[in-house]
Design a protein around this ligand. Structure first.
Ligand SMILES: [Zn+2]
Length: 402
């Protein structure tokens, strides 16, 4: 009773103060009322997702959309907050053009790793803004370039209009391929920009330095409690080959029993050497070898890693490497081998016949892990490869997927 009386008194007092203020300072009163209406209005519009004010996410409880598709080609601010808050996130990026290539961002707390920056120099204009959403301090703690082909290193260089990754971020530790036979202009520019970053304070190791724990490099880097980045060995770190792809740097990311494998564009011989020289565990995630080509993701490797999720970085169905179906990614041979282990296959981009030449397939694909629970989230949609129209029109459905 006493409480109610006091509450009534307080309300009456507040009303009296408001009336007095309105009389004494009519303009001030009007401004205050306007401000309150504006703030409440913004909160309602933000909650209904009509407008987005990231700042408000801290104060308005968000629904958990961890396994829900985000349609429309971009992540919502709720998606981005949930991804940032996860223990670990792995992002397979779209590259802003019709060319196949790789760029993978890994985020563990405030530590970011960027593996490759393909597919062309103008991809820097797509990769940098995407990465900045998640790497807010402008520092990439680790940059890995798997091999010297343009579809993996061009974005590090950039163009006049689109500043390259080396210049857009402070890159602390750069790890790349010990061997290459490339003499291309883009490779030379890559070396120039990389060395400029080293002049500015970055450290540079090869994957062989890492494997050997040599020159200050480490085979294993601890990224946070229980999450490690482990460089693997394959013989083409120190043996010449005619296939540039086989020089690829290979890395295993581990969180307890959850493992995630990245092998660049490693081909059959490289994969055989990888299997021979490392105790490969079963993997939650495998970045499809060489964009889903027929000559990678071999049975010898898949038998060991038995992947649960496979992400293909390519412009699906593009005739960039010839129009024959066996040369368009992801290939039938790849699909047939992967189908033995999983149907959870995702693809970033889709080739189109219009003058733009590409659109999103799944879009940017993000794998998150929280306390070991793994979820997939895609910026366009999370349709499995086997359920896409492109697959139905262009590939035979292997028996395990039927
Ligand atoms: Zn490639």
């Amino acid at each position: 009773m006493a409480n109610k009386k006091m509450q009534k008194k307080a309300e009456q007092k507040a009303k009296r103060v408001a009336r007095k203020t309105a009389k004494k300072h009519p303009v001030l009163f009007f401004v205050i009322v306007l401000l309150v209406v504006a703030i409440v209005g913004c909160c309602i519009l933000h909650k209904k997702k009509i407008i987005t004010i990231p700042f408000l996410n801290k104060f308005i409880p968000q629904e958990n959309e961890l396994t829900v598709d985000s349609k429309g080609g971009a992540f919502t601010s709720e998606d981005i907050t949930a991804i940032k808050d996860s223990d670990l996130s792995i992002h397979f990026l779209e590259l802003g053009n019709k060319y196949t290539g790789d760029s993978t961002l890994i985020k563990v707390g405030n530590t970011e790793i960027l593996i490759d920056a393909g597919s062309r120099q103008n991809s820097a204009g797509t990769i940098a803004p995407y990465v900045k959403q998640f790497c807010t301090d402008g520092v990439l703690e680790y940059v890995i370039a798997t091999h010297a082909d343009q579809d993996h290193i061009s974005g590090f260089v950039g163009t006049k209009e689109h500043t390259g990754i080396f210049e857009s971020f402070v890159c602390q530790t750069i790890i790349d391929f010990p061997l290459t036979d490339k003499t291309s202009q883009v490779y030379q520019s890559y070396v120039e920009k990389r060395d400029a970053e080293v002049q500015a304070g970055a450290v540079h190791y090869t994957a062989l330095d890492c494997w050997n724990n040599a020159n200050g490099a480490q085979r294993t880097y601890t990224l946070s409690d229980g999450i490690t980045m482990n460089f693997l060995y394959q013989k083409f770190y120190e043996e010449k080959t005619s296939d540039e792809n086989d020089y690829s740097v290979c890395m295993l990311l581990s969180q307890g029993e959850n493992h995630y494998l990245f092998t660049g564009d490693l081909e059959e011989k490289g994969e055989a050497s990888l299997v021979e020289n490392n105790e490969l565990p079963k993997c939650v995630l495998f970045k499809a070898g060489h964009h889903g080509s027929k000559t990678s993701s071999t049975s010898a490797l898949l038998e060991k890693i038995q992947p649960q999720i496979v992400c293909v970085c390519c412009c699906c169905g593009s005739d960039e490497y010839g129009a024959k179906p066996e040369n368009t990614f992801p290939t039938q041979a790849f699909v047939d081998r992967i189908a033995e282990y999983t149907d959870k296959v995702y693809v970033t981009t889709l080739a189109t016949k219009d003058e733009v030449g590409f659109t999103s397939m799944n879009g940017n694909i993000v794998i998150t892990s929280n306390d070991g629970v793994v979820a997939v989230r895609c910026s366009n949609n999370a349709t499995l490869l086997k359920d896409t129209q492109w697959f139905k029109d262009n590939r035979d459905c292997p028996q395990p997927w039927q």
